[in-house]
Each structure stands twice: as C-alpha cells, then as structure tokens.
Design a protein around this ligand. Structure first.
Ligand SMILES: CC(C)(COP(=O)(O)OP(=O)(O)OC[C@H]1O[C@@H](n2cnc3c(N)ncnc32)[C@H](O)[C@@H]1OP(=O)(O)O)[C@@H](O)C(=O)NCCC(=O)NCCS
Length: 211
C-alpha cells in the first residue's frame, strides 16, 4: 500500500498518541513514564504549524497513521531558536520498512528554508535502529550523557546527535561511487552503523558503572 507523508492534522492526534504511548509503556526510547492523553497534545499540535521550524508530519498507509516525526524547540531560551530537536516514532509493525526514513526525508525538506542551523536528537541507548536512521540522515554523534534518565527501575545513557540543516557536501570517499538517488540522504564514510574516524563515539558508559 502506498505510503503518504503529510503535515499532521487535528484528527491524527489519536493515532499519534497511541503510537507514542506504546513506547511510553514498553520502552526506554522516551523518558515519559505515564501514558499521554490526546487532549494534552492539542496545544503541542497547534505549536507545530505548517510553516516555521517546528513541524509534525505523519506517515499514512491507506487511512492508517503508521508513524510520525517532529521538529520541536530544543531549549526555551531565545538564543536556542535556531536549533530544533527531532523525534520519530513508527508503530511497531511498521518498523524497519523505510517509514522512518520517509518521514525524516520529508520533515527535513519541509524546514529547508527556515532559520534553522542545527538539528539535534537524543537517543536512549541501546537503539540501533534509531542510530542507523540518524546516521543515514547525516547526524554525527556529539557525546553520551551517562545515566541521564531513569525508567523501569534502571538508568539509561543518552547519546546526542547533531547535523546542520543544510546537507553537508559529499566527502572525497564518496566521490566516484555515483550519486545516491535518494536526496537528503548523505552517507557517512563508515556506513550507517560503522564508526567514523575521529568521532570518538562509544555508545557505552565510559565510567564502566552499571545502569
Ligand atoms: C527508530 C525508527 C524511527 C526507525 O525507523 P524505521 O522505519 O524502522 O527505519 P528505516 O526502515 O527507515 O531504516 C532506517 C535505517 O535503520 C536501520 N534499521 C531499521 N531497523 C533496524 C533495527 N532493528 N536494527 C538495526 N538497524 C535498523 C535500517 O537498516 C536503515 O539503515 P540503512 O540506512 O543503513 O539502510 C523506528 O524503528 C521506530 O519507531 N523505533 C521505535 C521508536 C524509536 O526508537 N524512536 C526513536 C527514538 S530516538
């Protein structure tokens, strides 16, 4: 079935929240601890209009919302306005089928003309799918906060990633391999999950303490 990606509407809030609540209850990928109610998200949706740096997109198959992605304020102080934080959630049975990639592709295109300098994302570890997705879209790891969150009775490390809004130019390693037919898809030299020289990214607790 064809996948459509479009701006979220009021009628999408129910499925958006249902997808999110699945992870609230079962996963450390979000540090919300109790289910979110649809009504609590009305204002949030209104703040993500179809213009400006803050957006919510949904991926729809037929009439079913199978995933959503957003760019939101990173921090509230005005000097941070040029940084947005991205989030993406697919319903479990739709994971691993390219939905997240479609969402990010459209999301980052939608803000290309906005006054945004950096897109950042925090990923509770481990989450290989999310790390692969972010690397696929040109995010680079900037560091890991250890034991940054507590959920399900244990602490979790959170790796932070960043990318410029504009796609970085293709590096010399990529030259001669032909252009990637998918726009907005810079390939890191180490591959989606490979290490990139000089990044020093280590997705474990450097202090060696147990979660
Ligand atoms: C993370 C998530 C949004 C990725 O979206 P997706 O539709 O599953 O990912 P895609 O199919 O577009 O694949 C994107 C990349 O992730 C890789 N990937 C997908 N599932 C994976 C898995 N389970 N393990 C490792 N890599 C995986 C793909 O191979 C692809 O990598 P490539 O560029 O090297 O080919 C989705 O899996 C999800 O919603 N997970 C649960 C919620 C979550 O973790 N959200 C992010 C919070 S930070």
């Amino acid at each position: 079935m064809a996948l459509e990606v479009r701006a979220a509407e009021r009628g999408d809030l129910g499925p958006i929240v249902a997808i999110y609540n699945h992870y609230v209850e079962r996963s450390p990928v979000t540090f919300d601890l109790v289910r979110v109610r649809t009504g609590e998200r009305t204002e949030w949706l209104a703040q993500h209009v179809q213009r400006g740096p803050h957006r919510i997109l949904v991926a729809v198959e037929g009439r079913t919302v199978v995933g959503w992605a957003s760019t939101s304020p990173f921090r509230s102080r005005p000097g941070y306005a040029t940084t947005v934080e991205s989030s993406v959630y697919c319903r479990p049975r739709s994971c691993g089928r390219g939905v997240g990639s479609r969402l990010y592709d459209e999301l980052f295109r939608s803000i290309q003309d906005e006054d945004v300098e950096r897109i950042v994302a925090g990923i509770a570890l481990p989450n290989p799918a999310s790390i692969a997705l972010h690397r696929r879209f040109g995010f680079r790891p900037v560091g890991t906060f250890t034991r940054a969150g507590r959920k399900f009775g244990r602490y979790w490390d959170v790796a932070w990633f960043e990318r410029p809004l504009a796609i970085p130019p293709v590096g010399p390693e990529e030259e001669g391999r032909g252009r990637d037919p998918r726009p907005n898809r810079p390939r890191p030299p180490g591959g989606a999950t490979g290490r990139v020289r000089g990044e020093g990214f280590e997705p474990t607790n450097p202090y060696g303490t147990r979660p």
